[in-house]
Design a protein around this ligand. Structure first.
Ligand code: PEP
Ligand code: MN
Length: 340
């Protein structure tokens, strides 16, 4: 349930209402815009009657019962876009974020080389897996803590904050001590113990859509993180599994406007895991930015043929540079178009 206060509602009245609702066991999230104040009620609101609530103060404009199961992540609760700030790099609310790097950290030479290139071509954050969720237990599993150390070194050298995937709740303190953004991968989107644990950190979370997850399930996964106290969630559409097998996954472009309608969190697109092939990464990236995505996460490798994972979908740095130029032109068109 959301209470929309009248524009001139005094603070004392907002506080009185908040205290009254809290005494009924509810948690109240206040969202203050320039011309409005919303009170979002979290908890069991079934006992409340909208008309009675509306009549409980002359300063209440409207009371809305939220139809969706998510609350903290809901656009109704929080009409303005959330802007997540990663050491000065903002994403959401018109700020675009570009993340690039290899699927996995493989060696010092590899990560330093790629970090320097993607930095040169305008990436804001460096990605690199240290713990890899591989389909086969016999495939390269990542350098683990050594990989985290190398990411930290790459950050020291380039100044780029780093993002890496976290797969188990026990590793959260260790991984969070090395990196700036924790990635929850597609395979763990509904690992509720992990979602709760990362929700207890103060790190921004990059939450990828599960292989067969609906948009509502993705937003509910974000709700898990937020309900533990961490509001800094960045969603990521990375393609879903459909009957089509020509590409690795099917990029769901419609998820971008749908999520923007339902939810205030930023949404990135990962064209690399959607396509599975490097030559399709740029067209998908262009479509994503044109459709209003808040940025991209792209796999880049200096020697894709020798990559220990996802080489086939990795761009060489120069191709990433080209992609950056093109998508920035598209972003500029979006900006002009939305100004009219
Ligand atoms: C990755 O980013 O390398 C990855 C494994 O992605 P996803 O979880 O989307 O498959
Ligand atoms: Mn990968």
């Amino acid at each position: 349930m959301v209470i929309i206060m009248k524009p001139k509602a005094p603070q004392s009245e907002i506080q009185r209402l908040t205290a009254k609702l809290e005494s009924m066991g509810l948690t109240i999230h206040q969202s203050q815009g320039e011309n409005y104040c919303l009170l979002g009620l979290v908890g069991d609101t079934r006992v409340l009657n909208e008309n009675q609530v509306a009549a409980s103060s002359e300063y209440i404009d409207r009371v809305i019962r939220v139809q969706h199961p998510f609350k903290l992540a809901s656009r109704v609760f929080h009409p303005q876009d959330t802007v997540v700030d990663i050491e000065g790099h903002k994403v959401g609310g018109g700020h675009l974020l570009f993340i690039a790097g290899p699927c996995a950290v493989e060696s010092r030479e590899q990560i330093m080389d790629i970090a320097a290139s993607v930095h040169q071509f305008g990436a804001h954050l460096l990605r690199g897996g240290a713990y890899k969720p591989r389909t086969s237990p016999y495939s390269f599993q990542g350098l683990e803590e050594e990989g985290l150390q190398l990411l930290r070194e790459a950050k020291a050298k380039t100044g780029m904050p780093v993002v890496t995937e976290i797969m188990s709740p026990e590793l959260v303190p260790l991984v969070a001590s090395y990196v700036d953004v924790l990635q929850v991968g597609a395979r763990n989107m509904q690992n509720f113990a992990l979602l709760k644990r990362v929700g207890q950190t103060d790190k921004p979370i990059l939450l990828k859509r599960g292989l067969s997850a609906t948009i509502e399930e993705l937003i509910m996964a974000a709700e898990y993180i937020m309900s533990e106290g961490n509001p800094n969630v960045i969603l990521c559409e990375r393609g879903i599994r459909t009957f089509e097998t020509y590409t690795r996954n099917t990029l769901d472009i419609s998820a971008i406007p749908a999520i923007k309608e339902l939810c205030h969190l930023p949404i990135l697109v990962d064209p690399s895991h959607a396509a599975g092939r490097w030559n399709m990464v740029e067209p998908l990236a262009k479509a994503a930015i044109a459709a209003g995505a808040d940025g991209l996460i792209v796999e880049v490798h200096n020697k894709p043929d020798e990559a220990l994972s996802d080489g086939a979908q990795s761009l060489i740095p120069e191709k990433f540079g080209h992609l950056m130029e093109i998508v920035q032109q598209i972003a500029a068109i979006n900006k002009t178009a939305s100004a009219h």
